[in-house]
Structures are given as C-alpha cells and as structure tokens.
Design a protein around this ligand. Structure first.
Ligand SMILES: N[C@@H](CCC(=O)N[C@@H](CS)C(=O)NCC(=O)O)C(=O)O
Length: 323
C-alpha cells in the first residue's frame, strides 16, 4: 500500500458533503432519514455504543447492507482511532442507532475501500457513505433536525466550524503523531488496543502483520524524535489557545451549549489526555512509558485539559434527547 495514502488523508469520495449540505438523497430517503434519530423506528439489532437505555439488550450481528436495513447506520472504525471516537460520540449524542464494525489497522482497508473510502471512520447511512468524520457530524446533525451539534445561528455556526477544522487538521494529527512516537515500541500494548472488538481472524493476523503496520505508521506519519517533539509543541500551542478562549469562564467553546467544536476538541485531544470515559481502546495510563505519562499529566493539568476531561464526565453519556 502506498504510504502516503495511509493515515489522515481527506478523500473526496461520493457521499462527502460540503459543510451544511449533506450528500443528496432521494425524497423517499429523506423522509425515511427524518426518522433516523428515533431508535424505535429502526431495526433493533447491531452493536450500539453509548448509554442510551433504548440501546440496551441488543445482540451483535454483522449485517450486510441490503434494501431492508439500508437505513440502519453502520460505523466502520479502528478500535483506537480518535477520529472514530469523534463520529461515535456524535452518533451517541444524537441517539442514532448504529452498528459499529471495528477493524484492525491495515485490514480496515478491506472494509473501507469496499465502501468507497479509505480511512476510518466511515459511515454507511441511508444508502450513502460518508468518509470523513466532519461529514458524518454534518450529515447526522441535519438528519436529526439540525441545531444540535451545529448552531442554527450563522455566526455561531461559522465559529464552531472554524474550530472543528483547526482541531481536525492540527490537533488530531499532531496528538496522534506524538502518541504513536511514544508507543510504537510497546508492541504488546499496541496489539491489545488494536485488536479490541475486531473480527477474530483480524485479531489473529495482527501479530503477523504488526511489523509492517508499525513501519507503515512510522513512515506515513513521518515519525521521528524531532517531528514528535514539534507535534507536542503544536499540541501545547493549541491547548494554550483553548485556555485563552476559556479564560472568561465560559462552559463551552462557542455559545452557551455543547457543540461539534467541544466534541471534536475532546475526542481529538484523547491521545494526549487518556481521558476516563473515552470509548476508543487505549492502554491504561499506568502502563505507558513514564515520559509519556508525565506529559499527559502535565497537559491534563491545563485549563484546556481540565475542560476536555469535564466534557467526558458531563457530556459523553448525555444525548440530546435528555439534554
Ligand atoms: N479527515 C479524516 C481523518 C481520519 C483519519 O485520520 N483516520 C485514521 C485513523 S485515526 C485512519 O483511518 N488512518 C488509516 C488510513 O488512512 O487508512 C476524518 O476526519 O475522518
């Protein structure tokens, strides 16, 4: 596989939407989509993340997309992916029933390319596919009536979008590069997190392909001690900007309530914060190298770090239905 094509490329596949303009659906689809946020109208099977009581007591079953279940959302992920956690959090927040299909790194490409994408998360919903986390949030917010993750007010929405873009393009990649740089030599820790919930065959194959996966990650993310140090500096810089924004005592980054900006910050800062309540697979902070732990504790002890941790405690299990 082409190294450049691996990790963090935004692709331009069908189903990718321009902000605020979800991929087009037929009229009948749109009507059906309207009910997409009401769990009771959708087939009750699949793996539902989150704590919505309506999602309890379901069986896990891998279900190919057919005409019968085309409206059930399917989220293709990797267990440890922070962009996948961003999409998962949004679906949980909006009470959208979905089936999650986690895959081991590299092997995820079998699932994503088959569905018109490359990276994870990839969402299949209503006969369309969405190959970028932001597109997933924009689509689901619109489908659920709007004004949930993105404010209806145009000025506030622009502010949310600008922050989300900055976190997507800078915080996510820099936090990831730094974290991988600390963990790539910890093979058994990585194996544990990268196989959580994946199909048995992929879990069995991972130890065999692990050296190749690690080489690929190192090359694709251009990980060197110098680049990792630069990425940590960039993360600290973004945290300082968030500190400054929170300085007036506000509870959320934009406006008076939780938006896609808060969600994206908390999800994409996870590789440098190891938050409790994080749904992606991470090692315990006690098991990571001491230098990494020290830095994580330092970042946790900033206004931005405390803010992200608070969002996990107060907002991660909250859905709009009960907000
Ligand atoms: N812009 C994308 C970035 C997603 C991304 O970087 N995903 C990583 C995992 S965190 C991935 O799938 N990397 C492997 C690949 O690109 O095949 C999004 O927001 O969804």
């Amino acid at each position: 596989m082409n190294e450049k094509a691996f990790y963090g490329q935004r692709d331009t596949n069908v189903g990718r939407s321009v902000r605020g303009h979800p991929a087009t659906f037929g009229a009948a689809d749109q009507k059906a989509e309207k009910s997409g946020c009401s769990p009771s109208t959708l087939p009750q099977f699949g793996r539902y993340a989150g704590s919505c009581p309506m999602r309890k007591a379901v069986t896990v079953r891998t279900t190919p997309m057919t005409n019968d279940n085309v409206h059930l959302a399917v989220l293709i992920t990797m267990p440890h992916s922070h962009y996948s956690e961003k999409a998962r959090w949004a679906l949980d927040r909006l009470s959208v029933p979905y089936q999650e299909q986690p895959h081991a790194p590299l092997l995820h490409r079998l699932a994503t390319t088959r569905n018109g994408g490359s990276s994870v998360p990839l969402l299949l919903h209503g006969g369309a596919h969405f190959t970028d986390s932001t597109d997933i949030l924009v689509h689901m917010d619109a489908v659920c009536g709007g004004d949930l993750l993105y404010p209806r007010d145009a000025g506030l929405r622009r502010e949310v979008e600008a922050l989300e873009t900055q976190f997507d393009e800078e915080l996510g990649p820099h936090a990831r590069r730094w974290a991988y740089a600390q963990l790539l030599s910890e093979r058994s820790l990585l194996r544990q997190v990268m196989t959580r919930g994946v199909p048995q065959l992929e879990a069995a194959l991972l130890p065999v392909i692990m050296p190749g996966v690690i080489r690929l990650i190192r090359a694709a993310l251009k990980i060197t001690p110098q680049s990792a140090a630069r990425s940590l500096e960039r993360v600290r810089g973004i945290f300082k900007e968030v500190d400054a924004r929170l300085d007036d005592g506000r509870q959320f980054l934009v406006g008076e309530r939780f938006t896609a900006a808060d969600l994206t910050f908390a999800a994409l800062a996870a590789p440098v914060l190891f938050p409790t309540g994080y749904r992606a697979a991470y090692p315990a902070l006690n098991d990571v190298p001491a230098a990494m732990r020290t830095e994580v504790l330092r970042l946790r002890d900033t206004a931005a770090g405390r803010f992200a941790l608070r969002l996990y405690v107060q907002e991660r299990d909250r859905s709009h239905a009960v907000a």
